[in-house]
Design a binder for this molecule. Sequence first.
Ligand code: TYM
Length: 345
Amino acid sequence: MTDTTHSPRVFSGVQPTGTLHLGNYLGALRKFARLQHDHDCLFCIVDLHAITVPQEPGKLADQTRHIAAAFLAAGVEPDKALVYAQSAVPAHTELAWYFNCVARMGWLQRMTQFKDKAGKNSEAMSVGLFDYPVLQAADILAFKATHVPVGEDQKQHLELSRDIAAKFNRDFGEPAGAPDFFPLPEPLIDGPGARVMSLRDGTKKMSKSDPSDASRINLSDTPEQIAKKIRKAKTDTGGVPGEADGLEGRPDIANLVSIYAALADIPEAQVLSDHAGSQFGPFKAALAEVAVEALRPVGDLMRRYLADPDELDRIMSRSADGARALSEPVMSDVRRIIGFHGSAS
Ligand code: TYM
């Protein structure tokens, strides 16, 4: 962690849309649990981001609890980290508005996730979907967070957050006195699992929006479903290579090896040397065993947390109080720096 002006603080968010899959777990949730031991952490269920596309009002609160349960099941401890719903803390939306006036249209027009989601239909998308990454920058910076554990697909959004922070610092810097007001948040995207690909097509990322359920392993899948999806995962007719060179041009195999390494918590080179020359039948059986062993406790715990929604609500409400208290001094400085009437100290 290289920022020396700001004390380290970790922030990340997950949308309450659809069920969580292995990519979310390896790219984000598992990292959350690891970071909480030596960092000040906020983990947010980003329900304001979810409504950038239509959501069923009657389901949103339950989906939010579902993600909170997944955070806890992945090992996040409510005594160590804050776990709360974005809509419960007004600083997110307030700072997003100020950042709307800092970010440039051209910056947002370059965002590939918007282009992917909108396709040819961008005129019919909500303004919120276009503005999604500005709200994401506000999420992080309302707490002056310095580090953001995410999967690789979030890299561009994090670059935008840095650009917004830097422009705010420049626009409202000396003589108003804020050259380093916001940290430039760094993404934490490392290790295998940063980019988990579809089991049906190793060139596409594993995603909740893929119409084929066989393309992803959901955290809610049973051991039988997990084993079946791995058995049916796309492979080729070669075997497992002994070295990384042998994965070149074989995205489906590279993906399975990377998933194995991430779940067993061993280097990919070791997976390759342990299974060198193996056919895919036995390799997939070994991978299924590793996956079931790693994910079973998460699924079990998730069900246990979901059985007590009142306790989840208490945890989220306590955490939201904590998040509001952390954001208030930042927001009052922001209002003063921008120069709003009544905000002078
Ligand atoms: P969401 O809900 O789409 O994804 C949640 C997290 O899962 C990661 N992820 C993956 N990682 C590896 N392989 C995959 N196939 C894969 N698919 C998803 C995502 O990178 C993410 O870390 N925009 C964010 C939500 C957000 C946020 C924030 C994140 C809103 N505000 C502030 C960090 C900081 C998103 O993609 O959510």
